[in-house]
Design a protein around this ligand. Structure first.
Ligand SMILES: C[S@@+](CC[C@H](N)C(=O)[O-])C[C@H]1O[C@@H](n2cnc3c(N)ncnc32)[C@H](O)[C@@H]1O
Length: 342
C-alpha cells in the first residue's frame, strides 16, 4: 500500500494531534530523521518534543520519575488532565525507541492529597483539638432561649468563638483549613498500567521502594487515620523481544537482598537543596544493574538533577537525559562532568 505523503511539519501541530498523527505516520517520521539525539548528554527541552528524536530500538532501559502532580514548582504548568496526557503521551513515545526485549521503569507514588470536589464536605471531629467545653446541647439551649440571635451573638453569650458555634451546630469545620477538606488518595497504578498497555508494553513487574517516612510533609497525619508518606512504586514494562537473562549481573548476596525482592528499602536523598524531588542514586542503579549490560543506553526523560546519568556512568552504561528546566539542565550537566572525572 502506498504511504500517504506528510507534507507538513508535525512538530508545529498541537500535542494531542501530534500523538494521533505519529500513530498514522510512524515510518515517515523515523525515515525523515537522519540525526538522532546524541548519547552521554543531557538535552534541554520538553520530553514530548525530544523523545521522537531518539534512535528507534536503541534504549535498553528507560528509568524515570515524572512530575507526581503534588504541587511542586516544576509541575505548576500542569492541570490534572494535562498531567495525565503528558504521562500517557510520554509512555507512548517510548515504544518505538525502547529496544525489543528492553524495559521502561516508571517510579511514581500515589497522590495522597488529591482534590475531589464531589467528596462530601465533612471533616473529622478532632477530639484532641477541641478547646472549648461548650457542647451542642449548650448551643441548642441558648438558641431556644434567643431564637433571634445569629451565631456571633450566640458566641458572645456563651463566651466562645463563632467557629465553635458553627462546629457544634454543623458537626464540622466548613471553612477548610489545614486538614484540607475534600481531598482523598488517588491511586495511580491503574492509570500507569493502562497507559503502558495502550502503548504496546506489557506490565512485567512492580516493586515498592520504602523510603524515609516524610512526617514533615504529612499535614494529615495527626488529624486523620491516614498513614504518613513512606513508599513509592516502580512499575516495570517490557517491550516484546528477546530479553537476556544473566544471573551474573548481580552477586549471590545482591540477588538475595534486592534482585529477587519486591520491597526495596533504602533512604531518601538527605537534602533536596538543589532539586525539589530527587530520587537516590540507588534507585536507578539497581534497575540498571538488574536489567542492562555495560555500554547499553539508559534514558531518563525527566532528568532533574542528573541522578540516572550518574548511576549510568558508575555502571559503565551510556545515557541520554532530557530535562525541561534550564537550571536543572545546567545542574545535571555539572554533576555528570564531576562524576565522569571521578
Ligand atoms: C520528579 S523530578 C525528577 C528528579 C530526578 N529523578 C532526580 O533524581 O533529580 C521530575 C523532573 O522532570 C522535569 N520535567 C517536568 N516536565 C517535563 C517535561 N515535559 N519534559 C522534560 N522534563 C520535564 C522537571 O523539571 C523535574 O526536574
Amino acid at each position: 500500500m502506498a504511504k500517504a505523503n506528510m507534507n507538513f511539519n508535525m512538530e508545529r501541530l498541537p500535542k494531542e494531534l501530534q500523538s494521533a498523527f505519529r500513530k498514522l505516520y510512524p515510518d515517515q517520521t523515523s525515515e525523515q530523521r537522519t540525526e538522532y539525539l546524541s548519547v552521554n548528554e543531557i538535552h534541554h527541552g520538553d520530553a514530548f518534543d525530544l523523545l521522537p528524536h531518539i534512535e528507534p530500538n536503541s534504549i535498553a532501559l528507560s528509568v524515570w520519575s515524572p512530575p507526581y502532580y503534588v504541587g511542586k514548582e516544576y509541575e505548576a504548568y500542569l492541570t490534572f488532565e494535562s498531567w495525565q496526557s503528558l504521562l500517557k503521551n510520554i509512555i507512548e513515545l517510548h515504544y518505538p525507541i525502547v529496544k525489543p526485549g528492553g524495559f521502561l521503569v516508571v517510579n511514581i507514588a500515589d497522590i495522597l492529597v488529591f482534590k475531589d470536589l464531589s467528596m462530601p464536605r465533612v471533616q473529622a471531629d478532632v477530639v484532641h483539638r477541641k478547646r472549648s467545653s461548650i457542647t451542642r446541647d449548650d448551643v441548642l439551649k441558648a438558641q431556644a432561649e434567643h431564637p433571634e440571635y445569629n451565631r456571633y451573638q450566640l458566641a458572645k453569650l456563651l463566651n466562645c468563638s463563632e467557629q465553635t458555634i458553627d462546629r457544634r451546630l454543623n458537626g464540622n469545620n466548613i471553612r477548610g483549613g489545614k486538614s484540607e477538606p475534600q481531598t482523598r488518595v488517588k491511586i495511580v497504578g491503574g492509570m500507569v498500567e493502562q497507559w503502558g498497555i495502550d502503548a504496546g508494553f506489557y506490565p512485567y513487574d512492580r516493586r515498592v521502594w520504602v523510603k524515609d517516612a516524610a512526617w514533615e510533609n504529612s499535614r494529615w497525619a495527626n488529624l486523620s487515620y491516614r498513614a504518613v508518606d513512606e513508599f513509592e512504586y516502580l512499575y516495570f514494562f517490557w517491550k516484546p523481544g528477546i530479553t537476556k537473562y544473566d544471573r551474573n549481573r548481580l552477586t549471590r548476596d545482591e540477588w538475595k537482598n534486592w534482585g529477587s525482592r519486591a520491597v526495596w528499602t533504602f533512604p531518601s536523598v538527605r537534602v533536596n537543596d538543589d532539586h525539589e524531588a530527587k530520587f537516590p542514586v540507588e534507585l536507578p542503579l539497581r534497575t540498571i544493574r538488574l536489567l542492562t549490560d555495560p555500554d547499553e543506553i539508559i534514558l531518563d526523560c525527566f532528568m532533574g538533577s542528573g541522578t540516572t546519568a550518574i548511576a549510568a556512568i558508575r555502571e559503565k552504561r551510556q545515557f541520554i537525559g532530557i530535562e525541561i528546566e534550564e537550571h536543572y539542565v545546567t545542574l545535571s550537566r555539572q554533576k555528570v562532568t564531576l562524576e565522569a572525572n571521578r
